[in-house]
Design a protein around this ligand. Sequence first.
Ligand code: PEP
Ligand code: MN
Length: 337
Amino acid sequence: MIIVMKPNVPDDAVTELLERIEAKGLKPLHMPGSERVVLGALGDERVLADLGLEHHPYVESVKPILAPYKLVSRELHPHDTIVNIGGVSLGGSRFALIAGPCAVENETQLLASAKAAKAGGARILRGGAFKPRTSPYSFQGHGGDGLMLLAEVGREVGMPVVTEVVESADVELVATHADALQVGARNMQNFALLKAVGQVRKPVILKRGMAAKVEDLLLAAEYILAEGNDQVVLCERGIRTFETATRNTLDLAAVPLLKMLSHLPVVVDPSHGTGVRSLVTPMALAGAAAGADGLMVEVHYDPSVALSDGAQSLYPAQFEALGKQLAQLLPVVGRSL
Ligand code: PEP
Ligand code: MN
């Protein structure tokens, strides 16, 4: 329920209402705005009827939250959430480019790729240390050692870092050394992992599952917010369809839809979304044009020798060219690089 208070409500009346909501076994939310205070009550809404809130002298209106995802929905939180990844904002007027190799391979590879990412305009470095590979025989990543190397290279080039966490047991470790945690497509409905990343105080980039509907993605994000972490970025990275010419089908209509349904920032990953290097730049531009708050792009200093996802990784010169095109395109949609 959304409980809109009348203007100039005394603080003790707000406190008293929050206590009454909690006493009914519901989760109370306090959202002070510039003009009026809005309260929320999450849980079984039927018990609220007993409280007769609509007759309370300081209550203006009581409305149900229609969406099944409550904390994530725009109904409850009309303004855009700004997520801060190591000093870089996502969700405001400045577009955020996240780039780097698919995997952390070694120091030379990571440093050269990070420099290429930075030169092309990226402000956040990506790189997988714990890799969720489809085949058990593919390169699995360097785990904890890869994470330390990523943190070190991030410091060296002066960029915050994001990396995937694949299991709950590693959340503390990854949260200690990375500026943001990525939950991958394969884990979008790993509810134990979602709860674990909800309990740390680091931003989370949540990727859409391969067979997940927009509503499934929003409900997965709800798990993280319900644990107390509201620093969540949604990532459209393509879904499985009957089309096999591309690795996935990048659902760009999901971008304005997610922005309409939720206050959370949205980024597009055109690398996993297409799987084909020559398609990455056009779909990156299309993602920006569709209203994304940022992009996550795989860049490798030499994709021909990459240990994972070389076929979809941009060469440094291609990434730099993308940065230049984005700088021209973004003002049209009211943003800057
Ligand atoms: C990745 O970002 O390297 C990755 C594995 O992505 P996804 O979870 O979207 O497949
Ligand atoms: Mn990858």
